[in-house]
Design a protein around this ligand. Structure first.
Ligand SMILES: Nc1ncnc2c1ncn2[C@@H]1O[C@H](COP(=O)(O)OP(=O)(O)OP(=O)(O)O)[C@@H](O)[C@H]1O
Ligand SMILES: [Mg+2]
Length: 177
């Protein structure tokens, strides 16, 4: 079945047509940067705060591009770049409010000192690049792993870790059914 947004679903575990109340894993191929942006927009449209998205993937895999899509759908007009130097960028004006974090340059001990746990329960969407550097994980988060995929696209692999993120993932996947 053709997806509504032009992004090709690769694997959908479970019956998409039944509109699952929750989904643990889901993968999709993103053939170009605009489909990564679109995925970000869809993540915003389907999230219920507090919502935590942990993004992993090699340098240039598309993590910031996805967050740019998230910001766009949240109505954030300012530039969204990799907050490598600022570490934490907050966009309280967004709907939902967005917190964008990049842990690339941090050693695990320094990550611990950021006290990111304070964000877990807030009414915001938190998106964290290089989340593999986190020492203390939230209880219920959506993990997005981006991989380079032949010839020039990316593969997005999602994993939900609890009921909230599983429901979020199901709502997201529904956009592509
Ligand atoms: N699905 C895609 N297919 C092809 N190119 C893409 C795709 N998604 C993003 N890109 C491109 O990949 C490049 C790197 O993207 P981006 O900066 O978002 O990666 P990143 O994972 O945040 O990198 P870093 O690890 O440096 O933070 C950009 O030029 C972007 O347009
Ligand atoms: Mg980045």
């Amino acid at each position: 079945m053709l997806p509504k947004t032009g992004v090709e679903p690769l694997v959908i575990r479970g019956e998409c047509q039944i509109l699952l109340p929750s989904l643990e894993t889901w993968q999709i191929i993103l053939p170009d940067a605009s489909s990564t942006l679109q995925l970000g927009e869809d993540l915003t449209r389907t999230c219920v705060c507090p919502a935590i998205l942990l993004l992993d993937g090699n340098l240039g895999a598309g993590k910031t591009t996805c967050v740019q899509g998230i910001a766009r759908a949240a109505g954030i007009t300012g530039p969204v770049t990799s907050p490598t130097f600022a570490l934490i960028q907050e966009y309280p004006e967004g709907d939902p409010a967005l917190v964008h974090i990049d842990l690339y340059r941090l050693a695990p001990e320094a990550v611990r000192e950021l006290w990111l746990e304070e964000f877990w329960e807030q009414q915001v969407l938190v998106a964290i690049e290089w989340a593999e550097r986190l020492r203390y994980l939230p209880e219920d988060y959506l993990r997005l792993q981006l991989q380079f995929w032949d010839p020039e696209g990316r593969r997005a692999m999602f994993e939900a870790t609890g009921p909230r993120s599983a429901a979020w993932l199901a709502r997201l996947a529904r956009h592509y059914c």
